[in-house]
Design a protein around this ligand. Structure first.
Ligand code: MLT
Length: 327
């Protein structure tokens, strides 16, 4: 190799070494997780719990940024446009990362093309909740009233296309009823109006439903899990028991990076999450809220990416069958 080429190669090596030296090791600053609902809802609660544990593992604080609106699609679009630098992520779920492409004709992002899956969270079944003062003691009673009074019973939800909206739409379709949906910027504000009686019913994930029920502010009248949850909701039957045989639903969640994020960062976050899950006190506390742990392999980036793609396809059929359309 002649002198000029040798010098050129040496200069390139020096630049690479300098650049590498100039890039501090990840994570060199706080990390942001975008939660596209108002604070205090089930997505926010799950995200803050997991962010705290993962942040301790990676040695950097993880800041939750609530960016609410349009059933989570506003925050998801913001995340999709963020720099793929390993410092901004999206907490996604089955609504805006699974069903949204089938519900919104114009969606500002593609859950599969615009994101890299980082790791899946545990799943959370939902609870059908009514105010303490409600006349409905079971799902069958609510369905009978809705059949007799089409579009008169109003259901709160966390936004059009949110889990609480989707599950209510599936419930309507299966039960052969029509209710009126009242949308909020998250489950938390919807729950406030449910407690106050401004709305008559709502589906909410078990992790935030349970304290409202044990605190005596709301009644649980049905579960979307196939199995009863006697520790959490004694004497509350799954919808699948008798009312709507085979009806099962749970919210899946997970962490996504804008497409092109550093692969070593994705791996470090996944490994940090698995180390956090080794804390059996923590996982027992989540299970006590009704959260379903998954087989460890399902948490992995590749498995979660496959799950997301499969869910987008699944919801094309589900939305058509249940006639759920947003815009
Ligand atoms: C939903 O999709 O209903 C969300 O989980 C609501 C929320 O987390 O606020």
């Amino acid at each position: 190799m002649n002198t000029a080429k040798t010098l050129g190669a040496a200069a390139a090596l020096l630049c690479a070494a300098t650049f590498a030296h100039a890039q501090p090791a990840w994570p060199a600053k706080p990390i942001t997780w975008i939660v596209p609902f108002a604070a205090g809802g089930p997505t926010d609660a799950m995200a803050r719990d997991i962010a705290d544990k993962v942040g301790r593992q990676v040695g950097q604080s993880i800041v939750i940024e609530n960016a609410a609106g349009a059933g989570g699609t506003i925050g998801a679009a913001k995340a999709a446009k963020s720099a793929p630098d390993g410092y901004t992520f999206l907490v996604g779920h089955m609504g805006y990362m699974g069903a949204a492409p089938s519900l919104y004709k114009k969606l500002a992002y593609d859950p599969v093309k615009d994101f890299d899956a980082v790791f899946r969270f545990p799943d959370t079944p939902l609870v059908l909740l009514v105010p303490k003062s409600s006349p409905y003691k079971t799902a069958a009673e609510l369905i009978a009233a809705a059949k007799a009074n089409p579009r008169k019973i109003n259901f709160g939800n966390a936004g059009v296309g949110s889990t609480s909206h989707l599950i209510a739409a599936l419930f309507e379709s299966r039960a052969g009823i029509e209710v009126t949906s009242i949308s909020y910027k998250g489950a938390a504000p919807a729950m406030n109006d449910l407690v106050g009686g401004q709305v008559e019913a709502m589906f909410d994930q078990s992790n935030t439903a349970l304290p409202q029920v044990t605190g005596g502010r709301l009644n649980a009248i049905a579960l979307t899990s196939l199995q009863p949850m006697p520790q959490q909701y004694p004497n509350v039957a799954p919808l699948a028991d008798k009312t709507l045989p085979g009806f099962e639903a749970a919210t899946w969640y997970g962490l996504y990076a804008p497409k092109g994020a550093p692969k070593d960062v994705v791996q470090k976050l996944h490994q940090a999450y698995l180390k956090a899950l080794a804390d059996k006190t923590w996982t027992a506390r989540m299970a006590a809220q009704g959260i379903h742990m998954l087989p460890e392999a399902q948490y992995a980036p590749d498995a979660f990416a496959k799950h997301t793609a499969a869910e987008v396809e699944k919801w094309r059929k589900v939305a058509t069958d249940a006639k759920i359309q947003i815009d």
